[in-house]
Design a binder for this molecule. Sequence first.
Ligand SMILES: C[S@@+](CC[C@H](N)C(=O)[O-])C[C@H]1O[C@@H](n2cnc3c(N)ncnc32)[C@H](O)[C@@H]1O
Length: 198
Amino acid sequence: MTAIPYDLLMKIQQGTMANEYRGVPMLKNPFDMALYSLLLDRVKPRTLIEIGSHRGGSAMWFADQQPAMQVLSIDLQPPDLVHRNVRFIKGDARRLALETESIARPLLVVEDSDHQAATTAAVLDFFDPCLRPGEYIVIEDGILTAMRVADSYGGGPLRAIHEFLERSGGRYEIDRSLCDYFGPNVTWNVDGYLRRTA
Ligand SMILES: C[S@@+](CC[C@H](N)C(=O)[O-])C[C@H]1O[C@@H](n2cnc3c(N)ncnc32)[C@H](O)[C@@H]1O
């Protein structure tokens, strides 16, 4: 699990829920903002697909980190926000219908929608055939288990990650250099930085 003690975790969560970027809510904590920066520098994606836009702050923040990257941000209710490198699209994480053949690579996928295990599993299964070795899919908020609320999410993202790793036959690995960068799973994306290996 995470090395962050429960009380501190819940305090950081309060700040995370109040976080903003350029005046727009962005539900990211300082650990993962740093880890994403490292990941973006390492992979230099040309396309980032985010599932779960909320108000659009995270999509704008991602786009501003890598000016050469296009961000596609999908939500049941996309925000009414304009950024030259972001497209907000209406879509359902459980029924994704994206054409991924012609997108610029490398691709980085960030799943941050409703955190139900079944939704996370649907996103993992949708992108599995399309991800290439060296590319990443980040599954956010496995921390819900440490927050003791994963039961309300059908086991939450962490359950979906571990079940997916079992059925995907070694094609992915958890990038421990990111998950454990600040201490064991000192990230909201517990075991969630997944790298395609084969
Ligand atoms: C945790 S918020 C996203 C936070 C955002 N990525 C950020 O860091 O600021 C979750 C978002 O997922 C959206 N959502 C929930 N269920 C979804 C689904 N089935 N498909 C697509 N989006 C969904 C919600 O509308 C909400 O905006």
